[in-house]
Structures are given as C-alpha cells and as structure tokens.
Write a protein that binds this ligand. Structure first.
Ligand SMILES: [Zn+2]
Length: 53
C-alpha cells in the first residue's frame, strides 16, 4: 500500500451504511442499520481518488 499520487497518506471510506429511525408515539426510535454496499471502498482524503486495496 503506497501513498496516494498526491502524497497524502490518509484514506476515508465510502459511506456504505445508514441507520433507520422511525417516529413511534412522537419519539424517534432506532430501527436498524442497513448496509447499502457491502464492499468498502477507500478514497484519498485529499484528492478523492479511489484507492484499490
Ligand atoms: Zn490523493
């Protein structure tokens, strides 16, 4: 694993899940976490280039 071509060595993950909430009796209630994309992708924090692991 090398640094990005822009010389950044920090990588962020794609947002690949979200939490589902419902309003129940006027209160916000957590339902579940759902995964949108099971493969985690990494992107350079500086320039946004996708990094293949
Ligand atoms: Zn970069």
């Amino acid at each position: 694993m090398k640094e990005c071509k822009c010389s950044s060595n920090e990588f962020i993950t794609q947002l690949n899940s979200y939490d589902l909430y419902q309003v129940v009796d006027g209160k916000l209630k957590f339902q579940k976490s759902e995964i949108i994309n099971e493969k985690t992708k990494f992107f350079c924090r500086e320039c946004g280039t996708e990094r293949k692991m």
